[in-house]
Design a protein around this ligand. Structure first.
Ligand SMILES: Nc1nc2c(c(=O)[nH]1)N[C@H]1C(S)=C(S)[C@@H](COP(=O)(O)OP(=O)(O)OC[C@H]3O[C@@H](n4cnc5c(=O)[nH]c(N)nc54)[C@H](O)[C@@H]3O)O[C@H]1N2
Ligand SMILES: Nc1nc2c(c(=O)[nH]1)N[C@H]1C(S)=C(S)[C@@H](COP(=O)(O)OP(=O)(O)OC[C@H]3O[C@@H](n4cnc5c(=O)[nH]c(N)nc54)[C@H](O)[C@@H]3O)O[C@H]1N2
Ligand SMILES: [Mo]
Length: 830
């Protein structure tokens, strides 16, 4: 559908498109609308770091790191732009045709970005009416409000909790299991190592630095990824990375980064880089295992005492089960790593204290369960699991894992669920024979194919018929795969509600958009140091909420009021009283162990410090006595063969780790004849997903020609006549986008990178924002999820497989359209 057809759809309705200037107020006007409170330095925190802010004339003036953050990231330079930016949602708005026709609206217009301003009362009552309609017509299976994401730090205003508690007071809804980060890993590892591992505290860095002789960074870029943390981050891991760099230089620790690209960490540490063909790590690991067995390097005593099923796995390595011996030569052919290097790795890993540090990216691909399982098998074969500086970790690149925890109790959060005695307005649990919980990344499948039954982790899931979605604190039009498929699915929805502070692509594809204020426009508390849990931080309000934005607490308190449930919702407490309660509960839990002042004193001080923690070795108790301290697996041992998984009889996840070809793979794999290039959509160096992309001046520090960078190998670029700075069109059968070329030797032939989180900015053939609703529209800024594949990893985890993705690219020849991502909607006055 083009712009003309849209306009045709509006015949009989009189409307005016408001001029850009009223939508785009200048920065000083933005600031002035928030100018109320007094000036001075205040303390607050974010995923990017804890910091101090100076307020001058009621406006945020300066941002400097928190005293206890010795390794701040340059992303704090973008923080001011999170508050003052042209993408802010200024007032509640409703999609034009939804305002006119409600649940009978023309949903093919969804995404044309035409919105009408309404009052808070109007927006909230439309929201409530929609929930009424869906619960009445379809029951709880018609509503999905279960998606989560990287909502801002702060335990009180935790936006997803507010939305889910309030919507839950109205009625039940579909929820999700798992997450996009570690979906495959957290599903397979409980079968293998007895816990999800990915979010567990890991062996402490001091012990690794003291004992490891070899560290393998496998699909892992901690120097980049530790910049952000789940809580108010203080970046203590970087002190250990600095020590590691020193030891690498002195030759005391050998670090090998196994990755198709040269990572930021590899460059920082000055360590070895081992190129591997994308998505082929399982073959590499099998080749190493084969060599260990062939040379009798593996620790048979450890395997016997601590694991189960090696005898079922060995015939696979030796080719007795499928006729293919997994020799280093076999692996070399698939992986692009020479047989000699594979043999060397087998020797190094078994003959020196070796710590494997797995990143998460490798499991966000088809069969993503397998590399995690096979890595656990390799670690078992080295016999080093449970030794300080040996064995395997699945988390040292995340949120200060590996920094010894203080051991203190952390403050609790605003409740996400209903209190025990509370009942929803629509008190039904009838999901009409469909599942009330679905794997997190399968919601678009559900919308497109309601009633379909799929396998999932040993059970069956039947997709509910979803008619309405509510999003808060997450940005699915960033995090989910395959935009054009999402457009098809969204046309089937009757109503979409989003609560955000910015006009994200999710808001663009919604019907009701409610403006939340940023975390810097309200008071809150959180832990600082993430996994280090180093202390509690007062997150002091910097400025009053801009425009008509409200805190998530206030939005849903008002919503609860409409339901007649305000007091039930807030438990009769104000923001201040809640903060006091969360803090004082924490103080009481720590009584006798950690000294904490009274709340008022804490608030004045800005933080309370818990102190250092004790170093710790993961899996050490199990190693010491596997009978007294068994793993949480069915056998209590490491399961190299899992009888439980074998019993599921999944063709894409058999009973032991297995190399399986991918549906799309570069370097000679399936699909590479047509689309020869592997696109990786790794986590951004200068953002947290889509957050911070709105920060204008900061964005300009890395964009190319106003677009998201696409990193290209020099030969690949030359072959296509592309120079640094050119606008490039990247495409496949699923979609197309524009991005700005960065030519770099860090990227091998046949591999390109576009960081996830680049704001989706579709435009029509005429370059218009309205035309962006069309299926197949060009993304003007460079969102890689325009191109990624929306398939489950396997029948086991059904997780996100964004990295099984092939593309082609060319120099863009057409007229380059303006970027449509950041300027907010086309505002219509009726
Ligand atoms: N291709 C590809 N896709 C991926 C990945 C990948 O590697 N490649 N990675 C996946 C992973 S691991 C993850 S974790 C997801 C991330 O996906 P998300 O967590 O959905 O991504 P964010 O961009 O952090 O979205 C958070 C949203 O919450 C909003 N928000 C922040 N604070 C508040 C608040 O206080 N109140 C309200 N109401 N809203 C707030 C922000 O403005 C933002 O729009 O992406 C996944 N998608
Ligand atoms: N700065 C910043 N830090 C972040 C985030 C952010 O958005 N920004 N997000 C946070 C979140 S939510 C998460 S889930 C984590 C993500 O953590 P990860 O998923 O581990 O991070 P990535 O940087 O996407 O990928 C790590 C490395 O894997 C490599 N890789 C990809 N595919 C393959 C493969 O097939 N084989 C091998 N050997 N290597 C491969 C990539 O080249 C990359 O160098 O990061 C967290 N940290
Ligand atoms: Mo994540």
């Amino acid at each position: 559908m083009n712009r003309r057809d849209f306009l045709k759809g509006l015949v009989g309705t009189s409307y005016v498109v408001l001029s850009g200037s009223s939508v785009l107020a200048p920065l000083n006007a933005l600031a002035a609308s928030g100018a109320k409170a007094g000036d001075g330095w205040l303390t607050t925190g974010s995923h990017f770091g804890a910091f101090k802010m100076k307020r001058k004339n009621g406006v945020i003036d300066q941002v400097i790191p928190f005293d206890r953050d010795k390794y701040p990231t340059d992303m704090i330079n973008g923080v001011k732009g999170l508050v003052y930016n042209p993408s802010r949602v200024r007032y509640p708005m409703v999609r034009l045709d939804f305002l006119l026709k409600g649940h009978k609206s023309d949903t093919s217009q969804r995404g044309d970005f035409r919105f009408v301003r309404v009052t808070w009362d109007k927006a909230l009552s439309l929201f409530k009416d929609s929930l009424d309609e869906v619960q009445t017509k379809y029951g709880p299976s018609g509503l999905h409000a279960g998606q989560t994401g990287w909502r801002a730090t702060g335990q009180l205003h935790s936006s997803t909790s507010h939305m889910q508690r309030a919507v839950g007071m109205h009625g039940n809804f579909v929820k999700k299991v798992g997450d996009y980060s570690t979906g495959a890993g957290q599903t397979i590892l409980p079968y293998i190592l007895g816990s999800t591992e990915v979010y567990a505290q890991g062996t402490s860095w001091p012990l690794i630095l003291e004992n490891s002789k070899t560290i393998i960074l496998w699909s892992n870029d901690p120097y980049k990824n530790l910049q952000v943390g789940w809580n108010a981050e203080t970046h203590e891991s970087y002190a250990y990375l600095a020590q590691l760099k020193d030891k690498v230089a002195k030759g005391e620790i050998r670090v090998i980064s196994i990755d198709p690209v040269v990572t930021k960490t590899q460059q920082y540490l000055g360590c070895e880089q081992l190129y591997v063909n994308p998505q082929t790590d399982v073959a590499l690991m099998l080749g190493i295992a084969h060599e260990m067995v062939a040379k009798n390097l593996h620790d048979t005593k450890f395997i016997e005492g601590y694991s189960l099923g090696f005898d079922r796995f060995l015939p696979y390595i030796q080719g007795e089960t499928d006729g293919i011996e997994k020799t280093p030569e076999w692996a070399a052919e698939i992986t692009g790593v020479s047989a000699e290097i594979i043999r060397d790795l087998a020797k190094v890993m078994t003959q020196s204290r070796t710590q494997m540090l797995m990143g998460w990216c490798i499991q966000r691909q088809q069969h993503g369960e397998q590399p995690y399982w096979m890595a656990a098998v390799l670690a078992t074969m080295t016999g080093q699991i449970g030794l300080p500086g040996g064995g395997i970790s699945y988390g040292h690149h995340y949120s200060s894992i590996g920094v010894p925890s203080s051991g203190a109790a952390a403050p609790g959060a605003f409740p996400r669920n209903l209190d025990e005695d509370q009942k929803p307005l629509f008190d039904s649990n009838d999901f009409k024979g469909t599942s009330s919980t679905i794997p997190v990344a399968r919601w678009i499948d559900a919308i497109l194919e309601p009633g379909k039954t799929i396998d999932s982790n040993g059970s069956k899931v039947t997709f509910p018929d979803i008619k309405m979605m509510v999003f808060s604190g997450n940005n699915p039009w960033n995090h989910h795969q395959d935009r054009n498929r999402m457009k098809q699915a969204f046309q089937k929805l009757e109503c979409v509600v989003t609560i955000d502070m910015n006009w994200t692509a999710t808001c663009r594809f919604s019907d009701i958009v409610l403006p939340a204020c940023t975390t810097f426009e309200r008071n809150d508390i959180d832990v600082y140091g993430s996994y280090a849990n180093r202390g509690v931080l007062a997150m002091q309000k910097m400025v009053e909420p801009l425009y008509e934005s409200l805190s998530d607490f206030e939005i849903f308190t008002r919503f609860a009021r409409i339901m007649g449930k305000e007091k039930e919702y807030t438990r009769g407490m104000t923001e201040r009283e809640w903060l006091n309660k969360l803090y004082t509960d924490c103080k009481n839990a720590n009584a006798g162990k950690f000294d904490m002042p009274e709340f008022d004193e804490f608030w004045k001080q800005g933080y309370v410090h818990f102190g250092e923690g004790k170093p710790w070795t993961r899996h050490a108790a199990f190693r010491e006595d596997p009978e007294i301290n068994p793993l949480g697996t069915p056998s209590g041992l490491i399961e190299i063969f899992s009888r439980k998984i074998a019993q599921y009889q999944y063709d894409d996840c058999p009973g032991h780790p297995t190399w399986m070809e991918k549906s799309e793979r570069s370097h000679g794999g399936p699909g590479s004849d047509k689309f020869p290039v592997w696109m990786q959509s790794c986590h951004p160096d200068k953002r947290l997903h889509s957050q911070m992309c709105e920060s204008e001046q900061f964005r300009e520090t890395y964009t190319v020609n106003g677009r998201e960078p696409v990193y290209l190998n020099p030969d690949d670029a030359k072959k296509r006549g592309i120079k640094a700075g050119d606008v490039v069109r990247v495409f496949n059968n699923r979609g197309q986008l524009l991005a700005g070329a960065v030519v770099s030797n860090n990227f091998p032939k046949g591999v390109i990178r576009i960081h996830e989180g680049a704001w989706y900015g579709p435009v029509g053939e005429d370059g218009s924002k309205e035309g962006g609703a069309e299926i197949g529209a060009l993304c003007s800024y460079g969102d890689p999820n325009t191109l990624t594949q929306d398939i489950g990893t396997s029948k086991l985890a059904q997780a996100c497989s964004a990295y099984t993705c092939l593309v082609e690219f060319e120099k863009y020849q057409g007229k380059v359209p303006s970027v449509s991502s950041f300027s907010g909607p086309v505002e219509i006055a009726l």
